[in-house]
Design a protein around this ligand. Sequence first.
Ligand SMILES: Cc1cc2nc3c(=O)[nH]c(=O)nc-3n(C[C@H](O)[C@H](O)[C@H](O)COP(=O)(O)OP(=O)(O)OC[C@H]3O[C@@H](n4cnc5c(N)ncnc54)[C@H](O)[C@@H]3O)c2cc1C
Length: 378
Amino acid sequence: MTADVVIIGAGPYGFAAATEIHRRGFKVTAIGRPFETWHEHTLDRMLLRSDARASTIWSADDRWNLPGYLAERGITQNRELPVDTFRAYLRAVTDAAPFQLHEGLVERLDAVDGGFRVTWDGGEPVTARAVVVATGMGGHQVLPEVIAALPPERVVHSWDTQAIQKLTDQSVLVIGGGQSAAESVEDLMERNRVTWALREAPLFFREPLRAPTPIFKAMLATSRLLFQLPPPILRAVSRATFRTTITPRLKAVYEDDRVETLIRDAEGLGLSLADDGSITDTDGRRYNTVVSATGFRHTVAGFSFLAPSVASAVGSPDGPPPVDRAFESGQPGLFFIGGVAESVHGPAMRFVVGCRHSAIRVADRIERNLGGSSSAAA
Ligand SMILES: Cc1cc2nc3c(=O)[nH]c(=O)nc-3n(C[C@H](O)[C@H](O)[C@H](O)COP(=O)(O)OP(=O)(O)OC[C@H]3O[C@@H](n4cnc5c(N)ncnc54)[C@H](O)[C@@H]3O)c2cc1C
């Protein structure tokens, strides 16, 4: 199989980029599990933090406008959209994909003859002239050393929401001070005894960024201009506005009598394996399970499908692959989009709202590199 461009990943970033590159006349194949993060790695009771406008899967003709989708179905556009409603919207987007979409996972990416060979688990390899990696946060989970040292069967990362939703009648320790920790505690406390350990008292804030609502809205509206800022200034904006925050709705969880809260970091808990196989802390509490809501950090090593020669061309294993203003990496023709590019393209890359910017920048560069639309395009 051949394509001009393979997109690895079928989340918001992969979808927007595939749609835009296809629109410009290139033959695009996307490989991934459509919107997997939203279908399989969010809790069923979750409410979105971004509003409908900022959660739209971008396309140049705005065909997937989420406020319009909701209005057509008579769904009130309250600020916090239930994830189930969003999942239904994403299924409709998936069904309408204009490009070739293969449901599966890429196992290996090799650089061959000035292009790439993409080996995946559902069919023959695909060769392409350019590849866009849009695989999100999966594979980049952070487990502090003290938690990684515990027996793996006692530890669940907050990424594994399916496992969290199954925990019942247990003593559970949740570690972390962000939205995922708060949502995990909210879900778990209905069926379990929960202790919640946070490094510092949580910051309850309406927006996912620490910026007052009008400023956050202005940032969204002017995000196209923000992306023009030189990277050092963009980084300074990120530092000024980004701190882990939790939606105010979840303050009730923090204050709930059923939840024991400890202001202590993972190291300060002194976790170890007890004689009976449970986990114990320095105060003698016993836990069946530790939920590590300790976030994500993109590293080259976390992209396990990169062939060794490609991995070494894109960066050092312990850091994110450096990308330029068009998201192209040190391996010509290979792009990385989404949260992985946050240090160059700013904090919007962590959210659905950033997918417009990356789709346009990548499509512009591909058009320049591949010299106009493909003769192979349908
Ligand atoms: C619990 C939670 C709540 C969130 N809430 C919000 C919110 O309210 N608003 C918001 O804007 N953002 C929110 N986010 C952030 C959200 O993840 C991003 O906004 C968005 O989903 C990122 O899109 P993406 O395309 O970069 O990655 P993802 O959505 O993570 O998609 C990754 C894609 O890559 C695929 N993939 C992975 N590995 C491979 C492989 N080896 N081969 C092929 N495909 C692969 C997956 O199958 C999937 O299709 C939340 C995230 C989480 C975890």
